[in-house]
Design a protein around this ligand. Sequence first.
Ligand SMILES: CC(C)(COP(=O)(O)OP(=O)(O)OC[C@H]1O[C@@H](n2cnc3c(N)ncnc32)[C@H](O)[C@@H]1OP(=O)(O)O)[C@@H](O)C(=O)NCCC(=O)NCCS
Length: 336
Amino acid sequence: MHSHGQGSPGNLLGLGSYAPAKVLTNQDFEKFIDTTDEWITTRTGVKRRHVSADNESTSDLALNAARAALRDAKMDPQDIDVVLVATFSPDYITPATACAVQEKLGLGPHSVPAFDINAACSGFIYGLATAKAYIESGMADTVLLVGAEAISRFTDYQDRTTCILFGDAAGSVVVGLKEGAKGHAVKQVRLWADGRGKELIVTPAGGAVRPGSHATIDERLHCIRMKGREVFKFAVSQFVDMLREIMEKYRLKGEDIGAIVPHQANIRIIDAAAERLGLARDLFLTNLEEYGNTSSASIPLMLDEAYRAGRLKPGKPVLLAAFGGGLTWGWALVEW
Ligand SMILES: CC(C)(COP(=O)(O)OP(=O)(O)OC[C@H]1O[C@@H](n2cnc3c(N)ncnc32)[C@H](O)[C@@H]1OP(=O)(O)O)[C@@H](O)C(=O)NCCC(=O)NCCS
């Protein structure tokens, strides 16, 4: 690390993503819960979601995405100064999943800091703010950020209101100082939280409020619970407000925006926002039909897919916006 970053903006230098091979389709759910492909498709937009293999934990998903991002950045793990993992489905409550990723990358002997960020579905944006702050303060030149989730490990497959929504995946970016031609400046990131909504999306047991016990296991309280309708209303209103704020602040009209990469929670949230803002629906990139809601992985996974497909055109800003448990929300503007 050279610590000459002071004042230079954090740049995206490489992107990568990974989704496990196993897939659960809507038809698969019809076999074990009271639901239909038609209900799931019309209420959520999700058709399929990927699920980790038994021997594949959150840090394994993260490792695959991280390696892809490093390859894209043409960097070695040894170039990394900080390892950040955004997740709400970690390998363990402690230690941090980021420590496992650091070890699996062979970075142990380099002893660079590694820690997790838990901002649920806003985790990637929170991580991006942290990476940007590290770089712009001169504390690091290069940060590896991964959003990684093995949500299937915390899913109650008897709860039809949640189990159909989520999927497993990981997405990663290398954030660092721009050298040469490559780099997309992370121009600004803004974050918010409102803990009054902390029980709207919650893993009720296994923490200090309600330690794990036979009873909590029997009631499957170590799995994610969600008040879907309340979360839906919160998500639409914050998503619309965030996009409105970016567009006003940067004086952007629809035609000035390269793409909007929203957190992939529910197609109806995205459709509603497009309609309320009067923006063309095809500005909003979506892949939740294939992956479901992959929480902190969803934005980097979509961004990587769009980048590889040549969908992100130089010269136009890319807007990232997320909302999720906490409650938390935040946006980022990236110059492409
Ligand atoms: C979860 C969600 C899809 C439910 O859709 P909804 O239109 O709000 O549906 P409701 O919760 O009002 O439920 C309507 C009915 O469908 C039923 N239902 C719920 N899940 C179902 C399923 N998988 N299959 C069939 N019926 C289902 C409910 O039991 C309810 O039945 P009732 O009217 O007899 O009580 C929706 O609320 C949602 O997407 N919320 C936001 C989730 C989210 O984005 N979370 C992450 C944020 S980061």
